[in-house]
Structure formats: C-alpha cells, structure tokens
Design a binder for this molecule. Structure first.
Ligand code: SF4
Ligand code: MG
Length: 320
C-alpha cells in the first residue's frame, strides 16, 4: 500500500534580514529535516513546545508555505512541483483546521455562506445548491441546520471550531492538518471537539496530522505520535508504545508533566532547565543537549541519528 503522505527530509528556513541593505544575515531553521509517512486512515499527532516547528511543518506539507528542501508526496505526487492549476485541483483533498476559526471568519458573512464559499469558488456547486450541502455538514458537525443564517459572533468558541471543521469537511477532504484545534477551548469543550474529529475520521476514513503542544490532547485521537524539538523529530512511535516506553529524554520530560489520576504511578517529574534555544542558532550535536539531564560530551559534538529501533519506533538519541 502506498502511503497517503510521504514527507522526506523536509526543510523550511526563513531568512533573517538585517543591516542597512536588508541583506540575509541568517536563517531560522523552523523545519530542519523532518521525515515520516502516513497511511490512509491514520491520525498522527505532532507535539512539542511552541516554536518547535510543528505548525510550519503542517503548513509546508499543505504548500501554504514553500519548502526550502526535501519532499512532500501526497499520493505519490510532489505537492511542491504542481502548477497553480493542478494545486488548485488538489486543494479540496488537503484541508487545514486551525486554532482560532473566528479569525478567518468574516464577521459580516453568514456562516452558511462562509462554509459554502469554497464549494462555489471551486465550481463544485452553485450558490443555489450549496444550502442543502451546508445544512448537511452542519448537522454532521453537531450544529443544528438553522444556524446557517447566523453570523460568527453569535457562536461560542466550541461552536466556532465546529464551523471551522465544517468548512474543511465540506470539500470532502482525504487529509486534514489540524493545528492546535482545541487549544483555545475549555477542557470540557476540548473533549467534545476531539470526539467529533474521531467520529468524522471513522465515518469518512479521514487521515489527520494533528498538531498540539499538549500530549494529553493527542492521546485520544492519534494512533501514532511524533515529538518535535527545534525543527526536528526526536521521537515517533505508535501511541501506546510512546506512552509506555518513551525513549527520548525530551519525550520523557513531556510525559512526566502530564497530570495522571493515580499519582503513585506517575514517573518522576523531569524539569527541563533553561529556555528553548533559538532556531536561528541551534546548539551543535544533539540540539537538545543544552537542556538534557543526561547529556555527555558526545551529545555536544555529534548529531544523533534518527533511526528505527524496532516496531515502528523512531528515536534520535545517543543513549538509546
Ligand atoms: Fe540527551 Fe544526548 Fe540523547 Fe541528546 S543525544 S537527548 S543530549 S542524551
Ligand atoms: Mg503553532
């Protein structure tokens, strides 16, 4: 079976302009060699602290940003080589759901029109035909159809996220990048949205790349989890394996910070020292060495290889 998505050594660098001639004086290595593949129907969680390159990875995969290097194959086709016209044809298949759908909703446009507009733009349906489609999608997303003529400000945060999901879903996508879709919501509402995404995944055989800074959020939805640090994946494994046997010290630290119901079963809290270094000037060797409690001399000198240690468990650490 061909993977739905193959990402190979993907890099996205942003130039830093400086000096009186605004020359490029350096680069922020936001995504610095990320590789993974995703089968149809999978939900991959991508976690890490803010600024680690998760969102940039998601956006570069969707070609909302141009790549600097590497490959993004969607059903075997390099997304970044497509002509504008072919990219437009591909767009409906790959959708983005983001943290704050409100920011992308025009306050003066009824949500029914906002949800349906992409269908009209893409010539999939005429303005007169979209109402039924929109009502159907609203219902699927847990919003009563009569909401169709309401304006964005009339909805709660959770409802707005349902609108954001409806907007992505109406295009009948195969692959959805969800970028912190519940981070702005109350915990009780978070669970509802996660359940909705999970139901939709089953109904529509969707494939997700689910981005979150919170490991406990990806736990319920994702069958596989990748952990990013400073633009690179440091570990990726099937969910249960990652929770039971995290191998990378950074993953261990993230897991130790999650509250658990039974504190006697809790691993000892690993508190990381210092701040995340700048991605414009990442540390030598293992980029985590400035904060790793187990760092030795070799960690400062040699980049640990990101490799498969068995049963689809990848990790980059000299200790493992
Ligand atoms: Fe820590 Fe060294 Fe492993 Fe990096 S390679 S995570 S610094 S032990
Ligand atoms: Mg982000």
């Amino acid at each position: 079976q061909q993977p739905l998505l193959e990402v190979d050594n993907l890099k996205k660098y942003f130039p830093i302009q400086g000096g009186i001639f605004s020359r490029t004086v350096g680069h922020v290595r936001a995504v610095d060699g990320v590789s993974f593949s995703l089968n149809k129907g999978e939900a991959l969680g991508l976690v890490g602290e803010s600024g680690c390159g998760k969102s940039t990875t998601g956006r570069t995969i969707l070609r909302l940003l141009d790549k600097t290097d590497g490959k993004v194959l969607f059903k075997g086709t390099e997304i970044h080589d497509l002509s504008r016209k072919d990219l437009r044809k591909m767009r409906p298949k790959m959708q983005l759901v983001f943290q704050d759908p409100y920011s992308s909703l025009n306050p003066r446009i009824k949500i029914g029109d906002a949800i349906g507009e992409a269908l009209v733009d893409h010539g999939i349906a005429s303005k007169n035909d979209i109402r039924d489609r929109v009502k159907e999608i609203l219902t699927i997303c847990g919003l009563a159809p009569y909401h169709i003529d309401r304006y964005p400000h009339e909805f709660s945060g959770g409802q707005r996220q349902r609108i954001g999901i409806a907007r992505a879903l109406i295009m009948n996508p195969e692959f959805i990048v969800a970028d912190e879709p519940v981070s702005a919501l109350d915990v009780s509402i978070q669970a509802q949205i996660i359940n909705l995404l999970s139901d939709l995944q089953e109904q529509k055989n969707l494939t997700y790349l689910f981005i979150s800074h919170d490991l406990s959020v990806v736990e319920h939805l994702c069958n596989r989890i990748g952990v990013m640090y400073l633009g690179s994946l440091v570990e990726m494994a099937p969910r249960d394996e990652l929770f039971k046997q995290p191998l990378h010290p950074y993953t261990q630290a993230l897991l130790s910070a999650i509250p658990v119901p039974d504190p006697t079963k809790k691993p000892e809290r690993i508190v990381l020292q210092g701040d995340i270094p700048s991605p414009a000037n990442p540390p030598s060797g293992c980029k985590f060495h400035t904060r790793c409690p187990f760092a030795t001399d070799i960690c400062k000198q040699a980049v640990p290889e990101y490799r498969d240690v068995g049963s689809n468990h990848y990790v980059a650490c000299h200790l493992v």
